[in-house]
Design a protein around this ligand. Structure first.
Ligand SMILES: *Cc1c(COP(=O)(O)O)cnc(C)c1O
Length: 344
């Protein structure tokens, strides 16, 4: 079935694959997990996920290497982040072993859908955990579903490392300082739909959020972190209690450090944008999209070269994708090769 896919022209759209894997949490324990072919659930109409947003998701990718092996990028980090999210909205955690095992099983069952080496595509892996039992008073569900679905994707933004423009919308915030911005709950994306549509209407690919208390500091884009190279050639990225800790960002930081690019993690006032040499949006779907212009209150700030990507961010991008595809060595132990015995 995977053979009918036009690998060169994949977008970031839902495509049905052979199966997904589903586990149920009942009476305090997880089931064994079963592979199901029909992409529908029989869900109670009063499930807490539907009414109260008791739902968490993750996103990661697997790649076909030149050697034919399938490599998953940093699945343990996603397992840990999902566990943090689960705690924040009172759901049972998925044990790390079960999380990784689910991913391995669903990939093996959908091998035909992992885009071939060299096409630029990947198998996108979407773990989902949500309250599935009925509740009308506001309290956590008693039963939960954990599932992992997979689908082949191309690059999120077509055209690779072509720079995009970002806008700050003063009338919107992404997350409250002590809210749920630092965990991957479904509702965060619901909140971003309207501002994202407005940004799009105005001709911007992404919207940049500032801290919701003062609108002074840079937080992140709707679905990706903010990273930049400043005038001192340092890699800078903001810290805040309401930013979602991106695994891609963490990976870029490790590589920057090992290339002797100093890494600064601190609150970044918006005023600093006028000093930036390069900027980008990072996340699993895109890895890194260069941002070369930010518009706020009708004023435009140039934050990167007119064409292409800045030099430093491009090298970091090449290194992350090189490790992901198995073209570069993985000194960090980030890769889970599902076709060879697991090491650490
Ligand atoms: C998932 C997500 C990111 C990117 O995280 P990665 O682990 O790099 O994929 C960034 N910001 C938000 C709000 C997210 O939900």
């Amino acid at each position: 079935m995977g053979r009918q896919i036009d690998w060169e022209n994949l977008g970031f759209n839902y495509i049905q694959t052979d199966c997904f894997i589903k586990y149920v949490w009942q009476n305090g324990a997880w089931s064994q997990g079963e592979l199901l072919t029909e992409p529908y659930l029989n869900l109670h109409i009063a499930a807490t996920a539907l009414h109260y947003g008791q739902s968490a998701f993750e996103g990661l990718k697997a790649f076909h290497g030149k050697d034919g092996d399938i490599r998953v990028f940093r699945p343990l980090q996603n397992a840990r982040r999902m566990a943090r999210t689960a705690r924040r909205i009172c759901m049972p955690e998925v044990p790390e072993d079960m999380f990784v095992d689910a991913i391995e099983r669903v990939i093996q069952a959908n091998r035909d859908y992992v885009p071939p080496y060299g096409t630029g595509g990947a198998l996108y892996i979407r773990p989902l955990l949500f309250g599935s039992s009925p509740q009308i008073g506001v309290s956590p569900a008693e039963e939960y579903i954990f599932l992992v679905m997979v689908l082949p994707v191309g690059p999120y933004y077509k055209g690779g490392l072509q720079p995009v423009r970002a806008v700050v919308l003063e009338d919107y915030d992404r997350a409250a300082p002590q809210g749920v911005g630092n965990v991957k709950v479904a509702g965060n994306y619901a909140a971003s739909l309207e501002p994202h549509a407005k940004a799009h209407e105005q001709g911007f690919a992404v919207e940049l959020y500032l801290d919701s208390k003062e609108h002074t500091y840079i937080e992140e884009f709707g679905t990706s972190n903010f990273v930049a190279i400043n005038g001192q050639d340092r890699f800078i990225t903001p810290t805040s209690s309401s930013i979602l800790p991106s695994i891609t960002n963490d990976s870029l930081q490790h590589i920057a450090q090992d290339m002797d690019i100093p890494v600064e993690k601190r609150p970044i006032p918006f005023d600093e944008v006028s000093t930036l040499k390069e900027a980008g949006a990072c996340g699993t779907a895109v890895v890194l999209t260069p941002v070369n212009e930010i518009v706020r209150n009708g004023r435009s700030y140039r934050v990167g070269p007119e064409q292409g990507c800045g030099e430093k961010l491009e090298v970091l991008y090449e290194n992350v994708t090189g490790i992901q595809h198995g073209d570069k060595p993985d000194p960090y132990g980030w890769i889970l090769n599902v076709d060879s015995a697991r090491t650490s």
